[in-house]
Design a protein around this ligand. Structure first.
Ligand code: AKB
Length: 312
């Protein structure tokens, strides 16, 4: 029998594509999308949708009981750049929404949780290249601190209360269908829009800033794969490192120039440079590959061709 799924934050960058994919797999009626407001978009219009404030425990509990929800994907969060501008709210949203869902699982009202972590759990003291699964995590951003704390709580609720919570440390995500919202890696999406529209782009990171990135298609496959894996395969209950590609702004610009030869890139680093400098350049995700069979499909070259094709 198909699980009944609730997605909190379904209209965001990941939530949108996740909703479509889960509806295709499990049936539209089994996937309840929710977000803080009801927009007129295809997530809202293509199946069941509820307005849910991720900070309102009673509202989440009510929807879970009403629809007999088995699994919750908690995608609502403030990302790194936005969180630095509003630390108190970021901490409140990123932590308390997680506690609500963990406590509902502890009370056996839901069976399984997906919660996204991020490469932001790492910090300036972390080894930057091929960052291991287990290493120093001293994040220097509000977002990173919230994700690191969240990971600790996920593991705690699993070990002490038996909660089946699963998590991935997403790298920067790139998608043609939904814009990102307030991250440090957002340049790698904006650049494609500007390359097509203006043939030029001013990057808010320096040319040599190498960061781990992933095409959305891979990110969605990973998310569903970890949730479908047998519980005994999920050996890490904090969060799994996950990787596909790493590149610098100079390298993505050069790849775009193969399709748009007169594309020009300039650099004007802002406050996000410091955030990016504190994050890894590349990630060792061998644990995810070993435990639940993770394999990426997209690299910089095929992703760039696909992005430009869709956005044209
Ligand atoms: C961000 O830039 O804040 C996010 C992330 C890496 O988690 N894309």
């Amino acid at each position: 029998m198909n699980p009944k799924i609730l997605i909190i934050g379904a209209c965001g960058q990941i939530g949108t594509e996740l909703t479509h994919k889960l509806r295709a797999i499990y049936g539209t009626e089994n996937v309840i999308a929710s977000d803080i407001r009801k927009l007129n978009n295809d997530v809202v219009n293509s199946g069941p949708f509820e307005v849910v404030n991720a900070l309102d425990f009673n509202q989440i509990e009510h929807i879970i009981e009403q629809y007999h929800i088995d699994e919750v994907y908690l995608m609502a969060a403030l990302l790194s750049a936005t969180a630095e501008k509003n630390p108190a709210f970021a901490w409140d949203l990123n932590m308390n929404s997680l506690f609500h869902v963990l406590n509902l699982a502890k009370a056996k009202k839901i069976k399984k949780i997906f919660w996204p972590s991020s490469i932001a759990v790492f910090g300036p003291t972390t080894p930057r290249n091929q960052t291991p699964q287990y290493t120093i995590t001293e994040p220097s951003t509000v977002y990173g601190i919230s994700k690191q704390s969240g990971e600790r709580w996920c593991e705690y609720y699993h070990n002490i209360f038996g909660v089946d919570v699963r998590s991935i440390r997403y790298p920067g995500l790139i998608s043609w269908s939904t814009p990102p919202g307030g991250g440090t890696t957002d340049y790698a999406v904006d650049i494609y829009y500007k390359a097509l529209a203006d043939k030029k782009y001013e990057c808010f990171l320096s040319g040599q800033t190498e960061l781990p990135m992933m095409y959305m298609d891979d990110a969605i496959r990973a998310t569903i794969a970890i949730m479908q894996a047998p519980a005994e395969n999920i050996k890490i209950r904090s969060s799994y490192n996950l990787a596909a590609m790493s590149f610098t702004p100079t390298e993505i610009a050069a790849e775009i120039q193969k399709h748009i030869p007169d594309f020009e890139m300039t650099y004007n680093p802002d406050f996000r440079q410091k955030i990016a400098d504190s994050w890894p350049a590349s990630i060792d995700d061998s644990a995810a590959r070993k435990d639940w069979g993770w394999q990426h499909q997209w690299e910089l070259a095929n992703m760039t061709a696909d992005m430009l094709d869709h956005l044209k």
